[in-house]
Design a protein around this ligand. Structure first.
Ligand code: MG
Length: 376
């Protein structure tokens, strides 16, 4: 299932104060847009950022990043259409459309919408209205409104890609949101539970509220991993996913990738979810000779399921030979690919042990790793 998110960031959003569009204003140490983009990074395959043509600084910054860019339209619907166009030909099945001004959206809400899309053509989070509703005139209550069946609409709003493209093509005139466009085309939109913390930054005071949500949400976890494999017969070793010719091989039940095992255990450690041996018992013959990529992918998937994103990993290989330096950047690229991270989030380095101990006598290779996970 190929998924994408369109983050609509082309508005000028000056009502929130500060003299610059609200998406570029600081919030809890970063910009509003940075928080919002990161919320989707590990939950969809592609992210489109829709930017105003006037936001030259933002264009310069994001061109060449891992994001797709699209130009803002004359109104919100036009911006969304341009975002949808940017995904043309990528085989997208499900697309989420999200307001950049909702940086507090939880991974749970995103996952709920994506899950609903496996059985429905459209889904969006809504909050049941719990406050009594009044009608009023010049600050005087003129009546009460029945709140039964009323929902406050949130984003991300999710759709079958082909269906929402067709709905937008057929729609003319304004719309409050993409659900309105979808419904006008006859699509059924299911409501998934909204989240009271998924606020839309609109007024100046909303920044303080968003900071409180993001601050109380701050949950940083560290894990460490350590692994050793012994040298035996062979003509290559596999370290951090890279095959390196060597006059000896590493012994082990799987492919004996000591570096990847340490990284995998560091992630399990941060999650307090045991170690590789617990998830992939060496006594189980199906893991004999297995590519360690399977273990690493499992640890990354587990972290996503538990609501954490991996901020960075650092891996140290301890050996006299083979020389790691010439392969370190390929190792970083390979692990970034497997983990769905950027290369600058992965470090691979090496040290000898000055010919001391078992690594110094080249009896085997040891590896240590640290992983930092952040609640997303
Ligand atoms: Mg191992």
């Amino acid at each position: 299932m190929t998924t994408a998110a369109i983050i609509v960031a082309a508005g000028r959003g000056l009502r929130a104060g500060g003299g610059i569009p609200k998406q570029w204003r600081p919030l809890a140490g970063r910009r509003v847009a940075d928080w919002t983009i990161d919320r989707f990074r590990h939950q969809v395959d592609h992210i489109v950022l829709v930017l105003s043509q006037d936001d030259q600084t933002a264009w310069d910054e994001f061109l060449g990043s891992d994001l797709l860019l699209a130009k803002g339209g004359s109104d919100r619907a036009g911006s969304v259409r341009n975002g949808l166009d940017a995904l043309d030909g990528l085989g997208i099945e499900h697309v989420l459309i999200h307001d950049v001004a909702r940086p507090c959206v939880s991974s749970q809400t995103i996952a709920d919408v994506l899950t609903a899309l496996t059985t429905h053509e459209a889904a969006a989070p809504g909050l049941t209205v719990t406050d009594a509703l009044w009608t009023g005139d010049e600050a005087v209550v003129t009546g009460t409104q029945d709140r039964t069946g009323l929902f406050a609409a949130q984003t991300p709003q999710g759709f079958r890609y082909d269906a929402i493209v067709a709905a937008h093509a057929a729609h003319s005139g304004g719309a409050a949101d993409d659900v309105e466009v979808a419904r006008a085309a006859g699509m059924n939109v299911v409501i998934v539970p909204g989240d009271a913390d998924n606020i839309k930054i609109t007024r100046p005071e909303d920044f303080a509220r968003a900071e409180r949500v993001l601050g109380t949400d701050m949950d940083v976890r560290l894990g460490n991993g350590y692994d050793v494999h012994r040298f035996g017969d062979g003509d290559h070793v596999i370290l951090c996913g890279v095959k390196i010719p060597h006059h000896r091989g590493l012994q082990g039940h799987s492919d004996a990738d000591v570096g990847m095992h340490a990284v995998t255990d560091a992630i399990y450690g941060a999650l307090a979810q045991g170690d590789i041996g617990q998830h992939f018992p060496p006594s189980d013959p199906q893991w004999k000779g297995a590519a360690s990529e399977i273990f690493l992918r499992h640890a990354v998937e587990l972290s996503v399921q538990m609501g954490y994103s991996i901020s960075n990993v650092d891996c140290t290989l301890v050996c006299e030979y083979p020389k790691i330096g010439p392969h370190a950047s390929t190792m970083r690229e390979e692990m970034a690919r497997i983990m769905g991270l950027r290369v600058d989030q992965i470090s691979v380095k090496a040290t000898t042990s000055e010919r001391l101990g078992f690594t110094g006598r080249s009896e085997g290779i040891a590896s240590l790793a640290t992983a930092c996970l952040v609640k997303s």
